[in-house]
Design a protein around this ligand. Structure first.
Ligand SMILES: [Zn+2]
Ligand SMILES: [Zn+2]
Length: 135
């Protein structure tokens, strides 16, 4: 167990893996319900509006998005440019990776069972090129 500083309240706490203390996690669970209900009623909202209307900080909303617990749909269906895939930088609406890259990670993990580290630095570029063509 590690003593680390909570992302939100900055207090040190004993972490079992997360970066958020139990008190903040509890608060976030409540905020999550508030934000989720708001998004449910106001589809195609943007994060500024959501933060303002729900009084939940943008930092917390972003946290929930990255955790994959919240999904913000924008009119173009790509999350309004809030989140970007950590591999190909494509706009996504939830989590850390787009569906394409999640698929790639899954297959590369299968391939790397032998313990070899990633050698896929070219993949994001290729992906960028192919997505640029589509547009
Ligand atoms: Zn905290
Ligand atoms: Zn991607």
């Amino acid at each position: 167990m590690n003593i680390i500083q909570c992302t939100f309240c900055k207090r040190p706490f004993a972490s079992i893996g997360g970066k958020v203390c139990p008190a903040c996690l509890e608060q976030i669970d409540q905020d999550f319900i508030t934000v989720r209900d708001y998004i449910y009623e106001h589809k195609h909202s943007n994060i500024d509006l959501i933060a303002e209307e729900t009084e939940v900080s943008k930092q917390k909303i972003m946290y929930l998005l990255k955790e994959g617990r919240l999904i913000i749909d924008s009119p173009d269906g790509e999350g309004g440019g809030l989140l970007h895939c950590e591999m190909c930088k494509k706009s996504i609406s939830t989590g850390r990776l787009c569906k394409d890259c999640m698929g790639k990670v899954a297959t590369s993990m299968d391939r790397n069972v032998g313990g070899q580290k990633k050698t896929e630095s070219k993949t994001p570029e290729q992906n960028l090129k192919s997505s640029a063509k589509i547009k």
